[in-house]
Design a protein around this ligand. Sequence first.
Ligand code: GYE
Length: 310
Amino acid sequence: LASALVLAPMTAMAAGKTVGFSQIGSESGWRAAETTVTKQQAEERGVTLKFADAQQKQENQIKALRGFIAQGVDAIFLAPVVATGWDSVLEEAQDAEIPVILLDRKVDADPSLYMTAVTSDTVYEGEVAGNWLKDKMAGKDCRIVELQGTTGSSPAIDRKKGFEKAIADASNLEIVRSQTGDFTRAQGKVVMESFLKAEGAENICALYAHNDDMAVGAIQAIKEAGAKPGEDILVVAIDAVPDMHLAIANGEANATVELTPNMAGPAFDILDAYWKDGTMPEKWVQTESKLYTQDDDNNAIYEMKKSLGY
Ligand code: GYE
C-alpha cells in the first residue's frame, strides 16, 4: 500500500490538466450525485474542471463543447442528453485533437469520434428489473405501467428494451401504459396520476420506472390515490439513490438496480493512462448493476450513501 501511495503522483498524469464537463442538468438525485462526485474526483486529482450545466438542452451542450474547444481544454467529458445529433461537434473536437469521453449515456455516432463511453449496461438494467418482477409474480397476472426516461435518451431507449425482453416470454405480464416522465420526480408524479385515473389503482399491479426519482414521485401519487405502494402496486426502478433505499426500507417500494454516480473516476483513470504512454481504452467501459430488494438492509445503505455526499 505504501509503495502504491508513493507511486501515485508519478502516474497521475491528469494533474494540472483542464477538463471540460458538459453535464445534462439536475433532473434527478442520481444526476446531482454524479455532479458532486465528478467535482470531488477532479479536485482530488489536481484537475481543473470547467463545469457547464445544460439545463436539459442539447443545444446548450453543443455550445458548451464549442466553448471548451475554443478554450483549448485538454479533454472533454460529455453526458449526452439524447443519443442523436452529435456528429458535427464531435468532429470539431476531433479536429482540435481533444479527446471526448462519454459519461453515463451513449450517442448514435461513429465510435471513432469519441475516445470511450463510461456507462452501465442500460439494456441489462431493464432486464434485471423485468426479471425481478417476473420472479415476484411467478405466473400470476400483472398489469404494468411504465414511466420512461427522457425521450430519445439512450437509457430510456435501452431500459425499455431490456425490460420488454425480460418479460417477453411471460404471458401473465403486460405493459398496459407507458409514457415519459422525463426522469424527474415531478413528472413521475403527474404521469402516475394520469395512469391511476385512466386505469383505476386496483387494475395496476406494478410500476416500472426508468429511474428512482420518477418512482418516488409516483409513490406519492399512489398514496394520494388511496393505495399502498410496495403492496397494492409493486414498485421497481433503477439508480439506487438514497431516497429509494428509504422507500424500500419503509415497504413503499420493492426493488432498484444500482447505478454508480462515479463515472468520472474511471474516466480520469483512462486519461491518466492515455497521457502517460498513449494507452487507448476499450470503446466501452462498463460499470456494475446490482439489484437491491427488501431483503437488503436499506436503512444502513441509505445512511452509508448519505454520508458519501449523495
Ligand atoms: O439513471 C437517471 C438520470 O443517464 C443513466 O440519467 C443516466 C440516467 C439516470 O437522470 O436518474
